[in-house]
Design a protein around this ligand. Sequence first.
Ligand code: PMP
Ligand code: GLN
Length: 381
Amino acid sequence: MQIHSKLPTVGTTIFTVMSSLAVEHKAVNLGQGFPDFMMSEELIALVNAAMKNGFNQYAHMNGLPLLRERLAEKIFKLYETKINADTQITITPGGTYAIYTALTTVLQPGDEVIVFEPAYDSYIPNIEINGAKPILISLQYPDYSIPWDEVKSKVNERTRMIMINTPHNPTGAVLSENDIEQLRSIVANTNILILSDEVYEHLIFDAIKHQSILCYPDLLERSFVCFSFGKTYHCTGWKLGYCISSPELMKEFRKVHQFNCFSCDTPKQIALTEFLKNEEAYLSLGSFMQTKRDFFRELMKATPFRLIPSHGSYFECYSYAGFSDENDFDLAVRLTKENAVTAIPLSSFYKNKTDNKVLRFCFAKKEETLEKAVTKLIHIK
Ligand code: PMP
Ligand code: GLN
């Protein structure tokens, strides 16, 4: 049987590779991004109640109408933008699916998509599987800011999309108002679309305001904005999220979505509709996670790792250039096998083979987990 791979250069995602290695070596897993603490008992009870009350059949293909209404209310409160729940929101099985669907909806073979590296690992394969071409631009080490002059120089008539991600995975960098201005000036009077990955919208620290594309109606007109309930409610295994766009773009998005998953988990949508009334559950998330970040930062000072400061997501990056010159993947494997701590090598988020000697650690963990991990890192050489 001859198979022509659609992704000939792609292997298994680093998250699966490192999590499997962590299990094999019984390592504390600060690699793949997921909390190790319990999600809300109230939300679990709401799902149970929905199932017992008989909400176990297909939901509307665009998502439960009431859930979309609630999201529109939330968006208005947070970002002061009116979203039409009927025509602009689609509930998806996770943020990753929303991103894939958006790209598949609009990309044609030969289109160019500007992607900033390091990039969340699904972006580039999602572009390539659609026959489009990723145009790679490296974020500037060590603050991981966007080199806007380079972006301007790479835009041409084939540029179909620019992908942004704030707060950023893997670096924790966040976009500023100035970044949005730069983006606006580049896309003005063009047909360039924007994919804005905002799954960490609430995980932003140090009193910084999240620059959502939803705040800017002129940009939203040409954007797909993607979110994840898994990240917001500590239930990454639920794989539930949503996409927001203009009515015109959303109409096309739904044409693809309806023949892929069609609709999402009904009892969880019922439960989330109720739980969204609890504003505190998402408004408190930033300070809750900042406390964890600061706790982890403090502990890490006792190790030879050097912090690369950031303001968002549930990851922090650390340089090990001061104590080792081995490549970052080898160090991540060695840490797992010899020190029983797992992190993610940053080179995995680059297609252009960049290795700045940096590892990403996930701090969305119980304090005891973070303590246990750092204790094992203190004497690393
Ligand atoms: N984008 C980024 C940057 C992420 O870190 C994640 C988390 N996995 C996602 C999208 C997708 O989240 P989900 O688990 O809802 O697919
Ligand atoms: N978003 C998570 C991370 O970056 C995990 C995503 C995944 O496992 N696909 O670690």
